[in-house]
Design a protein around this ligand. Structure first.
Ligand code: PMV
Length: 323
């Protein structure tokens, strides 16, 4: 039977975390740690899924029950995406889906967004339905909102468009960065953060102090615009300084942590131009911007501060068909 495999990259937020949920811009880069999803039609009807890397094997669901009953978290994005797809393009035959991952979902590289995008691309290609990037985004973003209820969709956009992009939700603006090298060090805190909880926390902070928080978002928005320009000009010193300013505002949003600060300080003391948390905060990764020549040295400093230096390829290609 015909089968299609698609792959999509993970992501790292560079600037604009949290503010992007409230309509401000952010900058995100695609990380070349990919998730591969294979879809083929089956005779047995229903939705069959094997995602060993996500901890799910032999999962079966009747088409009429998609999105209902108990759904393992790792499967929820694919299942909701399939449900939305069938609402728009009804099909009687069932599908079998298998996934394979280059990376651990622990690092915060966005395994749910990558798996959703790779699945949607493989599925629509299998049925020979041609979607533009924006149409593919809309299907995937709807699934994210169905499952999480919150989120800017920046991770879905990074998985689709790839490279490094300036993004405004929901893909209202997607503008690629023109430079190709990103001298960034990535350090993992060893702590898995829960994005939804942190987004809700900022939401409640905003309810308590709307003016102060809105002012912080406005300042972050300015930083994103200036950083986009600095990066396009390869002005890493300026980009680093803006990273430090962005981190200061994230501290005010109370999403930093002791471990994040420990890794940031280590990177700065080892000569980075600037450093910040990446994503929701609470854990996951920090990023530090520096001269290309000092990347290994700064990576070592992060390791000495009890972090894990993740040597990943950034600015990666977006979703693609593998065979
Ligand atoms: O925790 P991550 O890497 O999924 O990033 C979350 C980024 C937020 O801006 C906090 C939320 C969002 O959906 O944009």
């Amino acid at each position: 039977m015909k089968s299609i495999t698609a792959s999509a990259p993970g992501k790292l937020m560079l600037y604009g975390d949290h503010a992007v949920v409230y309509g401000k811009p952010c900058i995100v880069t695609a990380v070349d740690q990919r998730i591969y999803v294979t879809v083929h039609l089956n005779e047995k009807k229903g939705f069959h899924l094997d995602a060993p890397d996500l901890g799910v094997s032999g999962y079966i669901k009747d088409q009429k029950k998609l999105g209902k009953d108990e759904i393992p978290k790792a499967v929820a994005f694919i299942e909701h995406c399939y449900k939305r797809f069938l609402e728009k393009y009804p099909q009687s035959q069932g599908i079998s889906v298998t996934t394979k991952s280059d990376f651990s979902s622990l690092f915060g590289f966005g395994s749910s967004s990558a798996v959703t995008v790779a699945f949607a691309k493989a599925l629509t290609t299998l049925y020979e339905i041609e979607l533009s990037n924006k149409e593919l985004f809309d299907v995937c973003y709807q699934a994210v909102i169905d499952v999480q209820g919150v989120g800017s969709g920046f991770d879905i956009a990074a998985a689709i468009w790839g490279g490094t992009i300036y993004y405004v939700t929901p893909a209202k603006i997607v503008k690629p960065l023109t430079c190709h090298e990103l001298p960034l060090v990535v350090g993992y805190t060893g702590i898995k953060a829960d994005t939804t909880t942190l987004v809700r926390m900022v939401e409640s902070l905003k309810q308590q102090e709307p003016r102060r928080i809105e002012h912080i978002f406005d300042q972050i928005s300015n930083i994103v615009d200036t950083a986009f320009q600095a990066m396009n000009e390869n002005d890493w010193e300026k980009a680093g300084e803006l990273m430090n300013q962005n981190q200061e505002l994230l501290r005010e949003l109370q999403v930093s942590s002791v471990k994040i600060e420990q890794l940031i300080t280590a990177a700065q003391q080892a000569g980075a131009y600037g450093a910040k948390l990446s994503g929701a905060g609470g854990g996951d990764c920090i990023i530090a911007i520096c001269e290309k020549e000092s990347m290994q040295h700064i990576g070592k400093a992060v390791e000495n501060a009890d972090g894990k230096h993740l040597q990943v390829q950034l600015h990666a290609q977006g979703v693609r068909i593998e065979k």
